[in-house]
Design a protein around this ligand. Structure first.
Ligand SMILES: [Zn+2]
Length: 400
C-alpha cells in the first residue's frame, strides 16, 4: 500500500508538473458535438441569477472541457446569493458539480489519484492549487480546502466557465480532478458535502474516544447532520441518537442509520432535553457528540449530553454564526471533554468519500433521498429560493 502510494505520488507530481507549463492551443477533440456557445448561470445581483451565453473557449494543452450533468446547491451558494459576503458578484457559482469530459488538452493523461482520464469519463473537481502544485492527496496533514481556490467560488473572468451552474466548465491545468465514472449522478453530486463529514469523522477519531461501540449524539439533521449519521453507520457505529426539531428530518435520520431520535421541541428546557438523551441510551450520557447545527445555543447546550471524559466534534459553523456562551469549568474542565473543530476537508478526504458512497449504498442506506428537489439551469433562481425556504434537504440543478 505504501509503495503504491509512492508510485502514484510520483505520477501525480509528473502530471501536475506538466499542468503548470502553458503550451500551444492544440486539443484532442471529442465527438464533435460541442456547440460554439453555452450557457452559464451568472449571479449578477443579490438574489438574481441571469442566464448568459458565451463562446466556449479554446483549451490549453493542460485544460479539460467538461459537460456539466448536475450540481448541488450548497449553503455557501445560498449565503452568496442572499448577501454576497465574499464580494464575488458577478460570479458563476456551483462547486458541488459533476459531468463528463468532452475534450482534453493533449498533455492531460491522469487524474489527481493517478487514474487514467479519457473523453467520456465522469469527473468531479476539488481544489485548485495554483501556487502550490506539489500538494497531492497523498500528503498527510496538508491544508484543508479552506486555503485553496475552488471552481464555483471564483470571480468571473474572460473565460466565464468557472462554476458548475452552467452547461460546460473549463477545468484548467493545475486543478485537481477525479475520475468517478463508477459512481452514479446523484452520488457524484453528493461527493462534496459528504467529504465534509468524512473529514469531521477523521477529526473525531483523533481524540481516541470514538469507537465502534460508542454512544454517539448527532445534533442537527440538515444535510450535514444526516450525512454524518450515514458516515458513522457506514463505518460500523451502531448506537446513534439524532436530535432535531423537525419530525420528518428525524424520520429520515432513522433511515440513514440513527438508532433513536429526540425531538427537542417535545422537551421543555435543557435539563429535560438532557434527560431525554440519557433515557434514549438507557440511562447513559453520550461518549461522543457531533454538533451539526449553525446555532450558538446548539453549541452551548451540547456539552450537557456528553459523559465525563467524552468528546465533541464541532462542525456546524462554516461561517461566523456568532458567539456561544459556555461554562468552561462545568462544560469542559470538570468533565474533561476533548473538543475538536472541523471545517471543510482535505484532498485525501475527497478520495475517501468515493468509497464511502459505494459502501453506504452497499449496506442499503438511501443516500440518494438527500436530494429532495431538482431544477433545470434556467430555473436556478427557484432552486435557490427553495433552498432559502429550507423546504427540502439537498437541492440540485440537473442539466438535461
Ligand atoms: Zn459546499
Amino acid at each position: 500500500m505504501d509503495r503504491d502510494s509512492i508510485n502514484i505520488e510520483e505520477i501525480v507530481k509528473k502530471v501536475l508538473a506538466g499542468m503548470s507549463e502553458q503550451g500551444s492551443m492544440t486539443v484532442s477533440s471529442a465527438q464533435g458535438e460541442i456547440p460554439k456557445t453555452a450557457r452559464v448561470a451568472m449571479l449578477t445581483g443579490l438574489e438574481s441569477f441571469t442566464i448568459k451565453e458565451y463562446p466556449i473557449p479554446e483549451l490549453g494543452d493542460n485544460d479539460i472541457l467538461v459537460k456539466v450533468e448536475g450540481c448541488g446547491i450548497c449553503g455557501t451558494d445560498a449565503h452568496e446569493y442572499k448577501r454576497d459576503p465574499f464580494g464575488l458578484i458577478p460570479v458563476v457559482l456551483g462547486h458541488e458539480g459533476t459531468g463528463e469530459i468532452v475534450r482534453m488538452g493533449k498533455n492531460v493523461r491522469k487524474d489527481s489519484a493517478g487514474k487514467d482520464l479519457k473523453v467520456g469519463d465522469k469527473v468531479v473537481s476539488c481544489m485548485i492549487f495554483k501556487d502550490n502544485p506539489d500538494i497531492t492527496m497523498f500528503d498527510l496533514n496538508k491544508q484543508n480546502v479552506g486555503g485553496a481556490d475552488v471552481y464555483g467560488l471564483l470571480p468571473d473572468d474572460n473565460l466565464h466557465f468557472n462554476g458548475w451552474f452552467a452547461d460546460y466548465i473549463v477545468i484548467r491545468g493545475g486543478s485537481t480532478i477525479f475520475n468517478v465514472s463508477d459512481l452514479d449522478l446523484y452520488s457524484r453530486i453528493l461527493i462534496e458535502p459528504c467529504a465534509v463529514l468524512i473529514h469531521a469523522v477523521e477529526r473525531a477519531k483523533t481524540t481516541g474516544i470514538l469507537r465502534f461501540n460508542s454512544r454517539v449524539v448527532v445534533q442537527g439533521c440538515g444535510p450535514i447532520g444526516l450525512i454524518c449519521i450515514a458516515v458513522l453507520r457506514t463505518m460500523g457505529i451502531e448506537n446513534i441518537v439524532a436530535i432535531d426539531g423537525e419530525q420528518n428530518r428525524l424520520d429520515f435520520a432513522l433511515e440513514l442509520g440513527a438508532t433513536k431520535t429526540v425531538n427537542f421541541k417535545e422537551h421543555q428546557g435543557l435539563d429535560a432535553l438532557t434527560a431525554a438523551v440519557e433515557k434514549s441510551y438507557g440511562g447513559h450520557l453520550a461518549d461522543f457528540a457531533f454538533q451539526c447545527t449553525g446555532s450558538p445555543m446548539g453549541h452551548a447546550n451540547i456539552y450537557k449530553f456528553i459523559r465525563n471524559g467524552g468528546g465533541l466534534c464541532e462542525l456546524g459553523f462554516f461561517i461566523n454564526g456568532g458567539d456561544a456562551t459556555i461554562n468552561p469549568h462545568f462544560d469542559i474542565c470538570a468533565k474533561e471533554i476533548t473538543v475538536v473543530g472541523s471545517w471543510v476537508y482535505t484532498l485525501r478526504d475527497y478520495a475517501t468519500t468515493f468509497d464511502f458512497l459505494k459502501r453506504a449504498k452497499g449496506i442499503g442506506l438511501p443516500i440518494d433521498k438527500l436530494i429532495t428537489h431538482t431544477y433545470p439551469l434556467q430555473e436556478i433562481n427557484e432552486g435557490l429560493q427553495t433552498n432559502l425556504r429550507m423546504d427540502g434537504l439537498k437541492i440540485a440543478i440537473i442539466n438535461k
